[in-house]
Ligand binder design. Structure first.
Ligand code: ATP
Ligand code: MG
Length: 299
């Protein structure tokens, strides 16, 4: 049980779409394990933080039971389990601590391509196949539409062709799977991505400090994900024009070059630094532009 444990335990997906990026994120936060890929458990070596490799559906439950302290899982999975607990009148046990910016997808309603979609009223009396019944029912209630929810455990996209349902509610990213099944997305009911999930109640004892340390490191990693350090010179009177092109920059560090009218600047920029942007900056008066990668940041 959680009581008396002094190592932090994080559940991540063993395989699947989120396993690899979750591991990469934790590695860039400074965690290292003795790799035991096919096993269930990875013992942390750099910090007392261990990994449990599981099916994504099990992650909210592992946090709820205190078997794991944190987890990396799709928001869709986390909310589905929250809806399930709500339905059963049990208190919420886990919540989203951070959105992690990968594993992006939508939970969408998709109808046969031949349908002439006119709006949600059209759903009345229809059968909708899904593996996310709680979110679908909550959405239908909010829309005040009565429809039949057909709960499936997988292969939702073929349900309309098999006659099990009229339409589906499923995860979509590119839409290729839908198109291959002659379906088209018509309404998004949730925007999802991978999230760091943790308990609703604060973590007790020594693990709270570890969780906090990890959280601050993850924040550092997320903050600089697309960030670059931009170095350049500019004439004092061109400064304003140049800075207008850098709305995504932190307040820059500036110094005067040789007591002249030239300034040397360094600015941390959070948006993508494309060639096009560099050319625009040059036209505005920046010189000697240099883009440097940012490896770590601790606020
Ligand atoms: P497991 O074996 O762990 O149960 P799974 O098959 O349930 O795996 P994956 O298909 O690996 O799960 O998806 C994991 C998560 O990736 C989803 O819950 C969702 O948050 C996210 N995701 C991103 N894009 C998509 C997509 N196009 N289809 C399904 N999931 C997606
Ligand atoms: Mg799963």
């Amino acid at each position: 049980t959680a009581r008396g444990r002094d190592r932090l335990r994080i559940a991540i997906q063993k395989n699947g779409r989120l396993g690899e990026p979750a591991r990469a994120l934790l590695a860039s936060a400074g965690l290292a394990w003795c790799e035991s890929r096919d096993k269930l458990f990875c013992h942390g070596e750099s910090l007392p933080v261990d990994l449990l490799l599981v099916r994504d559906d099990d992650i909210p439950g592992l946090i709820a039971d205190g078997v794991c302290d944190l987890g990396i899982v799709g928001r869709n999975v986390l909310l589905e389990q929250a809806g399930e607990r709500e339905e059963a009148r049990r208190p919420a046990s886990s919540r989203e601590w951070r959105a992690l910016g990968f594993g992006g997808c939508r939970l969408s309603l998709a109808v046969p391509e031949a349908w002439d979609w006119q709006g949600t009223a059209q759903l009345a009396g229809k059968r909708i196949a899904t593996t996310y019944p709680n979110q679908l029912r909550a959405w239908l209630r909010a829309q005040d539409v009565q429809a039949d929810v057909v709960v499936l455990s997988g292969s939702v996209e073929i349900a309309p062709r098999l006659g099990q349902a009229d339409l589906i509610c499923d995860l979509v990213s590119s839409g290729a799977t839908l198109a291959a099944n002659q379906l088209k997305p018509v309404v998004d009911i949730l925007y999802s991505e991978a999230v760091l999930a943790g308990p609703v109640q604060p973590i007790g004892d020594a693990r709270a400090e570890l969780a906090d340390l990890l959280l601050r490191r993850i924040d550092g990693v997320l903050r600089i994900r697309d960030s670059k350090l931009l170095l350049f010179h500019t004439a004092r009177d061109a400064l304003e024009r140049v800075m207008q092109l850098l709305p995504d920059a932190e307040p820059p560090t500036m110094c005067v070059v040789d007591g002249s009218e030239t300034l040397a600047l360094q600015a941390l920029c959070h948006g993508a630094m494309t060639w096009q942007r560099l050319e625009d900056l040059k036209r505005a008066g920046a010189r000697g532009l240099m883009v440097l990668p940012v490896e770590r940041m601790l606020a």
